[in-house]
Structures are given as C-alpha cells and as structure tokens.
Design a protein around this ligand. Structure first.
Ligand code: BEZ
Length: 252
C-alpha cells in the first residue's frame, strides 16, 4: 500500500489528533527511550519527544517517513516493517496508534515489539477493535456485490478478549484496557466517504476495473447518506481498543 503523506495530513488528520490522549497512557518521561511504531507523518512522535524522551519513529511507508523527517529534523525516523524490523537498541516503551489493525501477521509484530522492549518495558497501543468502521465496510460490501465484485475482509479488528489473550501468550502483563466507540467526523462535506475509501481502502478495489472504481465508492457513500450524513457533515463509527501492557521479566 502506498501513502500520500500530504493528503493524509490534509483530510485525515483526525487519525493522529485523536492519538493525543493515548500519550497520557504512555506518560513519557525525560531520558526514556521510546519507539513510535507506525509513526506516520510524525505528529505524535514529536509530542512524545516534547516530554524529553528520546523517541524513534518507525513506519513502513517511505513517503510518510520523508514527510516526518522534513517536519521534525531533530527526531530519528526510520523506514521499517512492523513484522520484521530490527533496531540496534531496546526501548523503555513502545507506543503504537492506529497501526496494528493493518497487520495480518499480528504474532510477528508482537514478537518484534517484545524483542525491542527492555524488561519491565511498556507497550501502549490503540487500534481498531471488533466492529470498527462496520458502517463503511457494510456499505462497501453491498456496493461491490451489487456490481458483481467480491468482498473479503482486510483489517484485523480484534475483541478485547482475543487481543488481551494474545498479549498474554507473548508474555505481556495487561495493565489497562479500554474499548469504546468514537464517532468521527470526516473533513470533506461532499465526498468524505469516497475519499476515506480512496485513502485507506485501495485493497478492496484491486479487482475492480479502473472505470468502475468511483461508481462503487459513490454507491457505498450514497447508501450511508441516511445514517452517516448529518448537518452537512459525514461521520464514521470508529471503535477503538486501547491497551497498556508490560513486558514482565522473563527469558521469552
Ligand atoms: C482506524 O484507525 O481504525 C482505521 C483507519 C483506516 C482504515 C481502517 C481503520
């Protein structure tokens, strides 16, 4: 998947704006070393760095990292994949916002996180939880079927039970969990659902010929108008899973 960093910041800034309150769960301290996994364009990385912690931002997208490095030249940013990154240091904490649901091989990402945490180190994460953006996905599925295309789920949106069990299997001790709905207003008053799907949902359209893609997205948007368009604004129902966990001392 390739990312347009400028479009992401212009139209989808809510992704990192909502991440501010996750930093309160992290409570970064001066002198700590922290990895921001899936740092995108670096806004949250720079907020964490403002605490005096030494932060490294890692993202699989080279265009996101180029934008982050340009805007925050004093912070270390690296291109790397969450499922196979290898850095020379270990960290007091790993912070990750709106990233883990993109990863099909979740076990590999947890293994990498575990290996990069110091004993006692903390993992603070927010991701889409079970039922996340079900409204858009339901409308898209129908729009694809109506035009003769198939739909296969793509993202990983786990339940609280599923994800905390997985963390425990990896040796993490779960300290704090929150599962909540966040109705999220989108930026564009006319075409917000189409734009959201163009930004994030390219996977679903790979099988659709170029000239039929926009009609599919427009059908999905129209199907949502009665429920997701109010007072001139489009919104989507995000469902978030937040967890704080610690790497308990062990030889795992
Ligand atoms: C999310 O942050 O929940 C999300 C963002 C883009 C695509 C899917 C989910």
């Amino acid at each position: 998947m390739s990312w347009n960093a400028e479009l992401y910041k212009e139209k989808h800034a809510f992704v990192f704006e909502y991440g501010n309150s996750l930093i309160e769960w992290l409570q970064p301290k001066e002198g700590e070393s922290i990895l921001d996994l899936g740092c995108g364009t670096g806004e949250l990385t720079s907020q964490i760095a403002a605490s005096g912690a030494k932060v490294t931002g890692l993202d699989a997208s080279s265009s996101m990292i180029a934008s982050a490095q340009e805007h925050y030249p004093d912070i270390t940013f690296k291109v790397g994949d969450a499922t196979n990154f290898s850095l020379p240091e270990t960290f007091d904490a790993v912070f990750t916002n709106a990233t883990l649901h993109w990863i099909r091989q979740q076990e590999k990402a947890l293994d990498r996180i575990w290996q990069h945490l110091k004993p006692g180190g903390r993992l603070v994460l927010e991701m889409g939880g079970k039922g996340n953006v079900d409204d858009i996905l339901g409308a898209l599925e129908k729009a694809l079927h109506n035009r003769g295309y198939s739909y296969k789920p793509f993202w990983y949106f786990p339940s609280v039970g599923e994800y905390t069990s997985l963390l425990e299997e990896y040796g993490f001790s779960v300290k704090q969990v929150l599962f909540f709905d966040r109705e999220t207003e989108l930026a564009d008053p006319d075409n917000a659902i189409v734009e959201w799907l163009q930004m994030f949902g390219t996977y679903f359209l790979e099988q659709v010929p170029e000239n039929d893609r926009l009609p599919v997205l427009q059908d999905a948007q129209e199907a949502l108008r009665a429920t997701n368009f109010r007072n001139g604004k489009w919104s989507v129902m995000y469902r978030r899973l937040r967890v704080k966990a610690e790497k308990i001392n062990s030889d795992l």
